[in-house]
Design a protein around this ligand. Sequence first.
Ligand code: G
Ligand code: G
Ligand code: MN
Ligand code: NA
Length: 253
Amino acid sequence: LTLESELWKALERNEIELYYQPLLQVAKQQALGVEALLRWKSPRYGLISPDRFIPIAEENGFIVKLGEWVLQEASRQCKRWMERGYEGSISVNVSSKQLMLANFAGCVLRILEESGLPSDRLCLEVTESTALLDVDHTREQLSLLTEQGVTIALDDFGKGFSSLSVLNELPFEQIKVDRSFIQHILDRPKNLATVKAIIQLAHSFGGVTVAEGIETPEQLELLKQLHCDYIQGYYFARPQPASEAERYLGLER
Ligand code: G
Ligand code: G
Ligand code: MN
Ligand code: NA
C-alpha cells in the first residue's frame, strides 16, 4: 500500500477535512476572512500535511477532484456561517492543475451557485508560479471570476521570482506576503525594506496586503506601523476545525 493509493480512497472514507484560519484586520483585529486548509488524517499513516500529499495529488490528477471538494466544502461552510451573521469571506487555495483546466472559472461559478454562497464571499489564493504557467489562460479565467465579484489573492508573494508583470497583468486584489519575510522582519533590515515596498506597491495598485505567519506581538506592532491591512498567523489562531475557528468570526454561540 502506498500513500498514493490511500489518497484516492481518503475522500470517500471521510479522512480528509478542512481546517480554518482567520485573517484579521490589523487595526480592529476583526475577521476579514478565513482560509480553508486541507488536513488528511489517515488511519494508516497518521496526520499528513498537504505539503506532502498535494504534490502527489498534482502528479496523479486527483487534485482536480480534491480541489472541487475543497471548494464545495468551503463554500457550504461559509454559507452556513453567513446565515448565522458572519460578514467575512472564505479563502481557498488553488493548485496549478486546477487553474489550468479549460473551464476553471465555470467550475468555480457552478460550485458557488450550488452552494448558494454569493461570489463576493469567495477569495481564491493563487501562487505566482501557478499564475505564470500560462498568463493568457490565467488572465482569462481569473477575469471571468473577478467580473462576478470573486476576489483573487496572490499567495506566498516574495517567495518566487516576484515579477512585477504578474501584478500588472493579472487581477489580484490581495497580496499575501510570504511568511519567510515576516519571520525575520525584526532582525533582517532587508526583509523589513522588502515588506515595506510590497505594502506600498499593493496600495498604489489599489490592493490590500495580508502578512502571513505572524507569531509574536513585536511582528504585529511592526506590521501595524507599516500599514499592512490584514494579518494571519499562529499568534492569533492556528488552523483549526470549523467549530473551533468560529469563535474568531464574531458568531454568537
Ligand atoms: O496548512 P499548511 O500550512 O500545512 O499547508 C501547507 C501547504 O498546503 C500550503 O502551501 C497550502 O497553501 C497548501 N494547501 C493547504 N490546503 C490546500 C488546498 O485546499 N488546496 C491547495 N491547492 N493547497 C492547499
Ligand atoms: O502557502 P499557504 O500560505 O497557503 O500556506 C499556509 C500555511 O501556513 C498553512 O500550512 C498554515 O498551517 C501555515 N501557517 C499559518 N500561520 C502560520 C504561522 O504563524 N507560522 C507558521 N510557521 N506557519 C503558519
Ligand atoms: Mn494560502
Ligand atoms: Na501563503
